[in-house]
Design a protein around this ligand. Structure first.
Ligand code: GLV
Ligand code: MN
Ligand code: MN
Length: 409
């Protein structure tokens, strides 16, 4: 079998260009956050492309777009997402969905017989504008009604309002749930989003495991006082406590190469430069591929928060909002992807994923694996995100080969 045909590949690139136009910005970036008008417009376009290819298309109650072909029974899922971060890139998620569609078209053209159904799925809100991995979580029954009611996006909007704006009924989300017996295996192609493959000269990556992620909300409370007249040592300074806390976390993180930290969503009150900060609140993300190390860091963070608060005569409140445990990819799927890549002479690296993916939720449910395409300069979640066409072509070829094998009995 050859690499993916020139015409199929050209069609994939035309699809990528077209999809990038939904929410595309002048600087080449894409702002297509989940349930926004550009997101629902893109879904409508993609539904049309899926149907043209011969997939039976439906939108489930959580906003997942599902295209299916083949006999009844457990399916091989080829999933990813078409929502983006604000001012993100055109490949993150989008490539995986369109690659699945391109692989399906190629298999149909060659007359492949599907003994098992293939489902190409674009999951909703993978990026967590409102709720990280929302679509796949809903499909697997991993989100509760109270969680849906309470979820508020990074820009303050309620998830239930966003769902309504996108034409979905929040009360029906639970009906998106499917039994594990619906899924025979799960495969996701994605850009690497980091520099490893490019820097080490590999053609593509086969994912070993996906990082675990803890999301915290941290609040320091002090006392509002005049910033010019209150001596430094007599203040109850929430800002100082917050800065000390972050520095303690960064110093600790520097001791472990596998640990990743990020802070966002800062708010301070009363927001006046001549008043000592009474309250500082922010969100923090902690990632680690090892579950025990992730838990240990969260426990340390709680101690750092207390210590930092005491030092500034403030108080600390640290809440864990969410935790996604690290996920191991399936041995059989990994071996299949690697064998198929190596049979073509592609240099393949088995590697961890520091990014979260819908695949991590499928891993405990059915045999799951991922393919990574090198990212130029390792850039991602920004307009500069890019993967070379040749690198994409290799990976889509391997995806097609894997789907051909998985959909035969
Ligand atoms: C997804 O991009 C994530 O890793 O948060
Ligand atoms: Mn992604
Ligand atoms: Mn992303």
């Amino acid at each position: 079998m050859t690499v993916i045909e020139e015409t199929d590949f050209a069609e994939l690139f035309a699809d990528l260009d077209r999809l990038a136009g939904f929410g595309g910005s002048e600087g080449g970036g894409v702002s297509r956050t989940a349930f926004s008008p550009s997101f629902t417009d893109a879904q409508a376009w993609l539904a049309g492309r899926m149907a043209e290819a011969g997939l039976a298309v439906r939108l489930d109650a959580a906003g997942n777009l599902i295209g299916r072909f083949g006999p009844p029974g457990p399916a091989i899922v080829c999933g990813s997402h078409i929502d983006s971060v604000p001012n993100g890139g055109r490949f993150d998620g989008a490539l995986g969905v369109l690659a699945g569609l391109a692989a399906f078209r190629a298999l149909k053209t060659e007359g492949h017989v599907f003994d098992r159904a293939l489902e190409v799925i674009a999951f909703a809100d993978e990026e967590g504008e409102y709720f990280s991995l929302f679509g796949s979580r809903a499909m697997l029954g991993l989100v509760t009604a109270p969680e849906i009611e309470a979820a508020r996006g990074t820009r303050g909007k309620l998830l239930i309002d966003a769902l309504r704006d996108a034409g979905l009924d929040p009360a029906l989300v639970a009906s998106a749930r499917r039994p594990a017996s619906d899924f025979h295996a799960y495969v996701e192609l994605h850009i690497e989003q980091g520099p490893v493959l490019e820097q080490s000269g590999f053609d593509l990556g086969v994912v070993e495991n996906i990082v675990g992620i803890a999301t915290l909300e941290v609040t320091f409370t002090g006392r509002p006082d005049h910033s010019g007249t209150t001596p430094m040592r007599q203040r109850k300074d929430a800002m100082r406590a917050a800065i000390t806390y972050c520095q303690l976390c960064y110093d600790e993180a520097a001791k472990d190469e596998a640990l990743r930290l990020n802070f966002d969503d800062w708010s301070a009150a009363p927001r006046a430069l001549n008043v000592v900060a009474e309250r500082v609140r922010f969100r923090q993300e902690i990632r680690h591929p090892d579950a025990a190390s992730l838990s240990a860091f969260v426990a340390k963070a709680a101690r750092f928060a207390q210590g930092a608060a005491e030092e500034s005569s403030a108080t600390a409140d640290l809440r864990e909002l969410a935790r996604d445990e690290p996920a191991q990819m399936n041995m059989v799927i990994k071996a299949l992807l690697k064998a198929q890549a190596e049979a073509r002479g592609y240099k393949t690296l088995v590697m961890p994923s520091g990014a979260g993916h819908d695949a991590q939720l499928f891993a405990p449910i059915c045999p799951t694996g991922m393919l990574f395409v090198p990212s130029v300069d390792g850039r991602s979640h920004c307009p500069q995100e890019f993967s070379k066409p040749d690198a994409i072509r290799l990976a889509v070829t391997v995806l097609r080969d894997a789907l051909r094998s998985l959909t035969r009995i």
